[in-house]
Design a protein around this ligand. Structure first.
Ligand code: SF4
Ligand SMILES: [Zn+2]
Length: 327
């Protein structure tokens, strides 16, 4: 039994984030919650993270984590809060409404970006939350952040097992906008079963299709998390995270500014090249996320390293995974 007094979030850190043309001091919080109601995505290592208990016990634990955040991070030190859970912040079974209200009150006056599946974005749920957060000082006080992953319904279903469609995302985006919130979309670069080239093309198509549908877009290169199907494939040589070259190329060709934090960049479980050039590319991608300077991406693509020829060969010669035509 965990004592509520000892409760703290799964993770919490200060940083900086770009919103529109502004770079703001930010706080990222990953709350421990009741866990994802969907719980099936092939790459997700958070799906097994959940705390058990009655709604009241769950609310008490989230409130204790919120208290920890307020004690350890001076509220005056950040303008933007990014809230993640091990699922959907707006799912009332995962984050009881009393706890969600308290989170809204605690971050009143900040810009709050809260991650959720689209089925939980109703005008009522998000409207209630915005009313808590909004003190009138921010043009857009709150963003519904949805892990759309790709705009291709086939890839989202077959390669990710996400369980919702692009139409569901668009409906949620309308609900968010009607309630006065903005929309953030997360894209997943290179889910399993795609070649390096197919993955890059999927991201390029998704970025074009998202124009006008999302105010903020973040590209997440896929990482190999423990206990996932992606890890099972990776251990058998059937999955490789994207090359950093591909990530830079997607960002450079995007029709809008796209943020990207290549988590695990340069490591076998994260997006990586050869080990010699990774550090520069990861740092460059992070710099671009903050500055929006495309010249930086072009300079990275012109960087010379022996692994570039390998990447070009993979782009040209890797063939799609083929199912048998007959039994
Ligand atoms: S990726 Fe999101 S929706 Fe999918 S299992 Fe993980 S927490 Fe749930
Ligand atoms: Zn290299």
């Amino acid at each position: 039994m965990v004592r509520v007094a000892e409760e703290k979030p799964l993770a919490c850190w200060a940083g900086k984030d770009r919103i529109g043309d502004e770079v703001l001091p930010s706080l990222t919080v990953i709350f421990r919650t009741g866990g994802c109601a969907w719980n099936r995505c092939l790459m997700c290592g958070y799906r097994s993270v959940r705390v058990e208990g009655t709604p009241d016990q769950l609310a008490a634990r989230v409130l204790a984590q919120l208290h920890w955040v307020r004690v350890h991070h001076n509220p005056a030190s950040y303008d933007l809060v990014k809230i993640y859970t091990s699922g959907s912040f707006l799912d009332p079974r995962e984050v009881p409404p009393a706890a969600r209200d308290a989170v809204g009150d605690a971050f009143r006056g900040k810009i709050v970006i809260a991650e959720t599946r689209p089925e939980f974005v109703t005008p009522e749920e998000i409207g209630d939350f915005i009313a808590r957060v909004d003190d009138g000082s921010r043009a857009v006080p709150c963003y519904a952040a949805i892990g759309l992953e790709t705009t291709d319904d086939g890839i989202r279903e077959k390669c990710i097992r996400k369980g919702f469609t692009f139409a569901d995302f668009r409906r949620a985006a309308r609900s968010a906008r009607d309630a006065g919130a903005g929309v953030k979309a997360y894209l997943l670069h290179k889910p399993p079963f795609l070649t390096e080239r197919e993955a890059r093309e999927d991201m390029s198509r998704s970025l074009s299709a998202l124009a006008g549908q999302a105010d903020l877009i973040s590209l997440n290169p896929c990482t190999v998390q423990s206990g996932t199907t992606v890890e099972w494939l990776w251990q058998r040589g059937a999955y490789r995270p994207p090359y950093l070259w591909s990530v830079v190329q997607v960002l450079e060709g995007a029709p809008v500014h796209v943020t990207c934090d290549p988590v695990g960049g340069g490591y076998p479980r994260g997006p990586h090249n050869c080990g010699r050039c990774d550090r520069e590319l990861v740092a460059g991608i992070r710099d671009y996320s903050l500055t929006g300077d495309r010249g930086l991406l072009r300079a990275l693509l012109n960087w010379e390293c022996g692994c570039k020829a390998e990447w070009e060969m993979v782009m040209e010669r890797e063939r799609p995974y083929a199912m048998p035509l007959t039994r």
